[in-house]
Design a protein around this ligand. Sequence first.
Ligand SMILES: NC(=O)c1ccc[n+]([C@@H]2O[C@H](COP(=O)([O-])OP(=O)(O)OC[C@H]3O[C@@H](n4cnc5c(N)ncnc54)[C@H](OP(=O)(O)O)[C@@H]3O)[C@@H](O)[C@H]2O)c1
Length: 419
Amino acid sequence: MGTVGAGVLRLLRDNADVVAARAGRPIAVTAVSARDRARDRGVPVSGLRWYENAVALAADPGVDVVVELIGGADGVARALVESAIAAKKPVVTANKAMLAVHGAELASLAEEAGVPLAFEAAVAGGIPVIKAVREGLAGNRITRIAGILNGTCNYILTRMRAEGREFAEVLADAQRLGYAEADPSFDIDGVDAAHKLAILAALAFGRPVAFDAVHVEGIRRISALDIGFAGELGYRIKLLGIARAGDAGIEARVHPCMVPEEAPLARVDGVYNAVVTEGDFVGRVMLEGRGAGAGPTASAVVADLIDLARGRTTPVWGASAGALSSAPSVPISAHVGAYYLRLMVVDRPGVIADVTAVLRDQGVSLESMLQRGRAPGEAVPVVLVTHETAESAMAAAVARIGGLDAVLEAPVVIRIEAG
Ligand SMILES: NC(=O)c1ccc[n+]([C@@H]2O[C@H](COP(=O)([O-])OP(=O)(O)OC[C@H]3O[C@@H](n4cnc5c(N)ncnc54)[C@H](OP(=O)(O)O)[C@@H]3O)[C@@H](O)[C@H]2O)c1
């Protein structure tokens, strides 16, 4: 009965007629749970059975489907889902953390019990991306899936660019306005996006979810300076989640990216989320919408309930356990791409030659270089953009460049991505 739970009750009440028509029967909430019974939920809960212990919902004979909207990878949420599956009751959940961390095991439990486990709301809130990837694009071999998967980060980056302000200031503002949590680390450190990417990659490539294999970086180190340079070079900085299938296996990574400003993903601003999928027969498909909030998330939860009422079910990862792929994960060190490198260097002759010599020694070739202003003997920013290069070569070069006397701060490296 939190933000999403109350949203689901409101949707089921306000849209009862369309829901009943599409489900083929009315959907009624019979029992609910939360910690604090006294709290006003903004929707009436009188007349509903109230459980102090959420796990007991699974044993209620008047409950046909359990909707878990508590959150957290473990604890009560997981206990409730496991109990519901054991009691052979279908489960609907919005819990990306639980699915990313325990999804492989929960999918096996659900399959063994013959119980549907639905989670449209777990990725990109109101955007029906699970259904689109798992069902709508089911005839394709998917080669890549990429997206803006965290509305808080996208909101912060959008405002930093629009207002030329620094990260910490905009974060504080976002917290005041309710767009960022009091403890924002899950969002701004990329963990929430990584949970969603792990789920999307599992669906796209038909492989059990592998959260530990996702490379994760957040947006704390993004500065107004780099956002400004990105603009000059024709890019926008976005936190993307990207999963790609190649000959060596599956690469999955979440990190800030330089996206060409003409790419559709570069234009997705504010709290909006978007996902681009590339399939061998369909080509590119992009979905955009609200990735969070009571209304959009409730929309996804109720879509799952309607599917269950209609008897439309799909294996959790799109194929049964025996038919899933065992493709290996490819580490970030094997990534190949172009890079933006920004240094603060002492403005004196020979410094750029030293930097480019290191890049040359590592086989990194440059596409362009940008230096603004002159301040002899003082610190000036220098930006270098590379051609496609191996991550391992770039990492070795950056380590050596960071150690040069004339380089005053840790170098900033941002991967360039097609979007
Ligand atoms: N908010 C979004 O926009 C959004 C979008 C997509 C997915 N989700 C996912 O949806 C889930 C719920 O998110 P939310 O934003 O609705 O969270 P929330 O507002 O914090 O709601 C969580 C609810 O769980 C209840 N709860 C916590 N511990 C409990 C326990 N031990 N027993 C019974 N109830 C307990 C809380 O009770 P009290 O109210 O009494 O504290 C609260 O009603 C999470 O998995 C989240 O990741 C959220």
